[in-house]
Write a protein that binds this ligand. Structure first.
Ligand code: LMR
Length: 400
């Protein structure tokens, strides 16, 4: 009876890691998944995470079920971190926070909430966006359409297109925004542009829906990277925000994140929270505890929090260094006069190279460089030592 099931295609991002593993070439490079590597291209466990782990072991914590909404101490610190601990919405208990299975799981809960309580409600997503967004809304049966975002001519933001599309969307749509370090383009609106985006969203009665998976990775500062979310909240708007600790704490496999819904009253927040719990219970019952304890311990302890910030700055700094070196290598080795400065303008873990699918295929088949077919490369998976090799591959793929 399973004979009729067809083969699913490989995942556009995680499938790249599978293909990379199967390649034995010595120069192979995995720039597909957005996962931080050391200069030696090894996975990195933050020292502060190792410390928190040790403390947890010493405490001998039990393995009882968490409540459906997750670990209370985690939910508190995660909302504080995103909105700022002294934000009035927290004091007024207007935020419904539920621990989620990292970014994806948290987005999925919000998508289910939209499907259930906003029938026909549409989500607008940026073109392009992170490969999994469309899957999440498709599976949750939430209709979506795209707003213009990336302009290939300027290799920058198509701000006018973005505004026109958000204006044209049916009133009360959910506008999915990347809080910082847009994935895959690495292009963020300026603070002035964010204000205009908020004006239009407010005028149209839309609901801003943030995916913030890189807090701390764009600028190296947790507060600065949450500025977009906080600005919308400060305007008194209702806001949805999904968080992830995969990147900024390197807790990829712990599946730790949260969904926050900022409501107009504490009553509404309590009701929204109760419904998020109702959605989570038949989906996965209750979330895993270990990552939540790690985050709660680090964010809730002044000394560990300081250490975390220093390590995040170090990681963001290493990515910045390879970005600079890649730009230098591209500029000095490419004799065509092409302007590569967009590499420097982009921020966060990624660079959006503008390579088309055939050129991406060339990167992989000829150069053994693994990347997503949208032209994105993860600079977090690049070392200074490999920049020249990568630049050669990009130049070859562009011009041939
Ligand atoms: C990415 O964009 O590479 C990451 O967010 C990993 C993932 O889950 O796709």
């Amino acid at each position: 009876r399973f004979e009729g099931i067809t083969m699913a295609p490989p995942d556009p991002i995680l499938g790249v890691s599978e293909a990379f593993k199967a390649d034995n070439h010595e120069l192979k490079l995995n720039l597909g998944v957005g996962a931080y590597r050391t200069e030696e291209l090894e996975p990195y466990v933050l020292d502060v995470v190792k410390k928190a782990d040790k403390l947890l072991l010493e405490k001998g914590e039990n393995r009882e079920y968490l409540p459906i909404e997750g670990l209370a101490a985690f939910n508190k610190v995660t909302a504080d971190l995103l909105f700022g601990a002294d934000n009035p919405v927290i004091k007024q208990q207007r935020v419904a926070t539920v621990q989620g299975l990292s970014g994806t799981g948290s987005l999925r809960l919000a998508a289910a909430l939209i499907e259930r309580y906003f029938p026909g409600g549409e989500v607008l997503i940026s073109s392009p966006t992170w490969g999994n967004h469309k899957n999440i809304f498709n599976d949750a049966k939430v209709p979506w359409s795209e707003y213009r975002y990336y302009d290939p001519k300027t290799v920058g933001l198509d701000f006018e297109g973005m505004m026109a599309d958000i204006k044209a969307a049916p009133e009360g749509s959910f506008i999915l925004l990347h809080g910082c370090a847009h994935n895959p383009t690495g292009i963020d609106p300026t603070p002035e542009q964010w204000e205009i985006i908020a004006d239009v969203i407010q005028e149209k009665n839309h609901i801003p829906f943030f995916d913030i998976a890189y807090q701390g990775f764009a600028s190296g500062s947790l507060g600065a990277d949450a500025a977009s979310v906080r600005m919308f909240v400060a305007r008194g708007m209702e806001v949805i925000a999904a968080q992830s600790y995969s990147k900024n704490l390197g807790l990829y496999a712990e599946r730790i994140g949260a969904i926050n819904v900022v409501c107009s009253s504490p009553d509404a927040a309590a009701r929204v929270k109760s419904q998020l719990k109702r959605i989570a219970r038949p989906m996965y019952s209750n979330p895993p505890v270990h990552g939540a304890r790690i985050v709660a311990n680090i964010v809730g302890d002044a000394a560990l929090f300081k250490e975390w910030n220093a390590e995040m700055e170090m990681m963001a700094g290493r990515i910045k260094n390879v970005r600079d070196k890649l730009f230098d290598s591209l500029s000095s080795e490419d004799k065509s006069g092409k302007d590569w400065s967009f590499v420097l303008k982009q921020i966060g873990m990624f660079s959006f190279t503008g390579l088309n699918k055939a050129q991406c295929d060339n990167m992989t088949t000829k150069w053994h460089i693994y990347m997503t077919k949208d032209g994105r490369i993860s600079l977090a998976g690049l070392s200074l030592a490999k920049c020249e090799y990568l630049a050669d591959a990009i130049i070859d793929s562009y011009h041939n």
